[in-house]
Design a binder for this molecule. Sequence first.
Ligand code: TXA
Ligand code: MG
Length: 337
Amino acid sequence: METLFLDDCEEQLETAAKLIKSGEVVGIPTETVYGLGADAANEAAVRKIFAAKGRPADNPLIVHLADFSDAEKYTEYIPELARRLAEKFCPGPLTMILPKNDRIPYVTSGGLDTVGIRIPSHPVIRRIIELSGCPVAAPSANTSGCPSTTSAAHVMADMNGRIAAVVDGGQCRFGVESTVISFENDDTVRILRPGCVTREQLLTVCGNVIVDKAVLSGLDNDEKAASPGMKYKHYSPAADIILVDSDLAGFTAFVGEHCGSGVYALVFDGEENEMPCKCLTYGADSLQQAHFIFQKLRELDRLGAEKVYVRAPSKEGVGLAVYNRLIRAAGFEVIRI
Ligand code: TXA
Ligand code: MG
């Protein structure tokens, strides 16, 4: 199929919305990463998303709505705590797992009785939801297992010929996917996937915030993932990624002993002159690192990198999201110095 490349003017957003309404899949910008959007209530359309990504059928999709009040239409029940969180963080990079009702097919929820609801803030996806009148199911717009996409060109690189259209809305602001939470009780949420709504921010509304074990470690083969996506190797470029948890001096010495052709370092801004091998940087602080991480992982492939030693980011605040993506890209291979 020919993939249309659309811009974000009203007329082209109408084209995108019509495609979604008619059961097609469209690459759409959000404030986190690009999504592969389709009508969440249309089983055949949702199957096209799984096919385009090569995604396992048991990995559920997030449903995007224009306003949190619309969540009533697709859920059995909304806890009071979810309403308070929505007041503070929606629209924005937060996904809440809620009990679904039968307007959300099991294809969309990966066979689960719950659905992830997100109210995105990016004007392009918001307009497409409005114009189509559909709840929009959208996973990140990358081939399953590869780094997520943060520009329309990256979506084209993975999806050209596999989906009906891509809408160019520029570079995504946050660069990593939304924070995914579930509800433990009246006062407690569990972070299943960290994002740019941080644990510290959630604690301004919730009495208690649990960080799920799978956020910072791999699961054993017999363990069940609270969030199915967390059990797969993920976000991974062709190059072999190795996370090195160390201060700058330890990192530099380690890389010095391991340089060679095809070897790269991925370090913080300002550290490039210290590196004894080819290197790229991915930002000076956690917000910048979130913004750049997927773009840099893709760039390393373009450069033909075979092995990449990544200077491990902080696990504080937004850093936890960056660390979570990198340990998965590294297949949990972390060297601690
Ligand atoms: O920022 C984002 O969340 C982006 C943009 C496009 O909105 N979407 C995104 O979708 O990252 P995806 O499918 O790539 O990741 C969704 C994650 C997966 O790890 C999935 O397992 C989890 O959320 N998830 C979705 N629905 C769930 C549910 N009902 N229960 C538990 N985990 C769920
Ligand atoms: Mg994804």
